[in-house]
Design a protein around this ligand. Structure first.
Ligand code: NAG
Ligand code: NAG
Ligand code: NAG
Length: 328
């Protein structure tokens, strides 16, 4: 009889059968208030289960020896499949099709760079909401910075124009797209409007671009490919922030702080599913990292930013980087 008990326990643990405790229920209710969530009574149970399972994973991760910490955030009532269908590219973006036209020099480069500290060169973190439009935020973020560096003017540019109008350049609105293709669209379309004139809706719509209201323009597009992460370092060190894409996997959603590093993501161009903006880089205790601006609002991660390990093509981040040369 005695020998059977541990087995039963092991089986129950494997099945995840640990019941939801009153304290966990309490935490869920506070989280619902904090994030202004309401559910139908049928959905409540499913969300509670998902939240509790995410919360237990976060605590287990934080007890382990990892280079980054996790925390609850606005995504904590979703499992990864639900998250993926709302926030990430539903179609893989074959960014390996992009040819490189970046010529890398020899260096050396500063050991750390942070465009947020060099002046008013990085716009505030925005929030894409439940639309796979990360690529539009990576695009506007890069162009906003490039314009600010070239002209001293900080603009806020219209993601919704890219969602609605950039289809002819292989972009798919809320289903995904690539910053390099969006820069090409802005170049050939002759400009992009401001956030105020073309406000963000977070869903697909019809194109309402008015050429006379364009406030930012692109002269050329620089693509850095062939997994040349050193070229990304050089571009960020010498010129401006750089747009890149990488593969988001389950463990990234609850990122809170520290240097993100993963063994579960892939490293190839056909697996990347999220575009962001590298605004700097550095090194901590021998681990090099990128400083990255995300588009999940200022509450997520470190005030909307995250650090990711640098120098290993982590999660395919060097597969398809690019930046625009603004016309100012
Ligand atoms: C934690 O991880 C670091 C880096 O991988 C390692 O150097 C250190 O020895 C680990 N510490 C413990 C307590 O396992
Ligand atoms: C991606 O593009 C490259 C270059 O055009 C092509 O060789 C490759 O077959 C494409 N891969 C997929 C999965 O479409
Ligand atoms: C840069 O990438 C875009 C999108 O993939 C492509 O259309 C463009 O031709 C590339 N530019 C160069 C100079 O290769």
């Amino acid at each position: 009889m005695r020998a059977v008990l541990p087995l039963l326990c092991a089986a129950a643990c494997l099945l995840g059968a640990r019941a939801v405790s009153p304290s966990e229920k309490f935490h869920f209710k506070s989280w619902m208030v904090q994030h202004k969530k309401t559910y139908s009574s049928g959905e409540y149970h499913h969300r509670l289960q998902t939240f509790v399972s995410n919360r237990r994973k976060i605590h287990a991760h934080n007890r382990g020896n990892h280079t980054f910490k996790m925390a609850l955030n606005q995504f904590s009532d979703m499992n990864f499949d639900e998250f993926k269908s709302q926030y990430l590219w539903s179609e893989p973006q074959n960014c390996s099709a992009t040819k490189s036209n970046y010529l890398r020099g020899k260096g050396p480069y500063p050991t750390s760079v942070d465009w947020r500290k060099k002046g008013n060169f990085v716009s505030p973190v925005k929030n894409q909401g439940g639309c796979g439009s990360c690529w539009t935020f990576s695009t506007t973020g890069a162009l906003e910075s490039a314009v600010a560096i070239a002209s001293g003017k900080m603009l806020s540019l219209a993601e919704q124009q890219l969602v609605d109008c950039a289809q002819a350049f292989n972009n798919y609105g809320c289903k995904g797209g690539l910053p390099s293709q969006a820069f090409e669209y802005i170049l050939y379309n002759k400009g992009i409007m401001g956030e105020d004139a073309y406000p963000y809706q977070g869903k697909d719509g019809t194109c309402k671009f008015q050429p006379e209201k364009a406030i930012a323009f692109v002269k050329d597009v620089v693509n850095i490919t062939s997994y040349d992460e050193k070229a990304m370092v050089e571009a960020v060190a010498l010129y401006n922030p750089v747009s890149f894409a990488f593969e988001v996997t389950n463990d990234f959603l609850s990122y809170k702080s520290g240097i993100y590093s993963s063994t579960s993501c892939h490293q190839t161009a056909d697996k990347v599913n999220h575009a962001v903006l590298a605004v700097g880089y550095g090194e901590e205790k021998g681990t090099p990292y990128w400083i990255v601006k995300n588009s999940w609002g200022p509450q997520w991660g470190m005030n909307g930013y995250f650090l990711i390990e640098r120098g290993k093509n982590m999660c395919g981040l060097a597969a398809c980087a690019s930046y625009p040369i603004p016309l100012v």
